[in-house]
Design a protein. Structure first.
Length: 73
């Protein structure tokens, strides 16, 4: 997963209002913030979904709960 990738969240995601709002929605990865140290905060990502920028989501969660539609070259 890298900036510029077009992805889609899986359908039926449950959790907070933000999680349910993105369920089934396509999005574009804007930025990846990898963790700097082995024991630091896990990587984070920012993306554009439904005309909104969502910032600071868990990189692992986004990867696990979405699929690639078109990867940036």
């Amino acid at each position: 997963m890298k900036p510029g990738d077009l992805r889609r969240f899986k359908d039926g995601l449950r959790g907070s209002g933000s999680t349910e709002r993105v369920s089934g929605q396509p999005f574009v990865v804007i930025n990846i913030h990898p963790h700097l140290h082995e024991h630091s905060t896990p990587g984070r990502t920012d993306f554009l979904v439904g005309g909104r920028i969502e910032a600071g989501w868990s990189l692992r969660w986004v990867k696990d709960n979405s699929e690639a539609l078109n990867e940036a070259g």
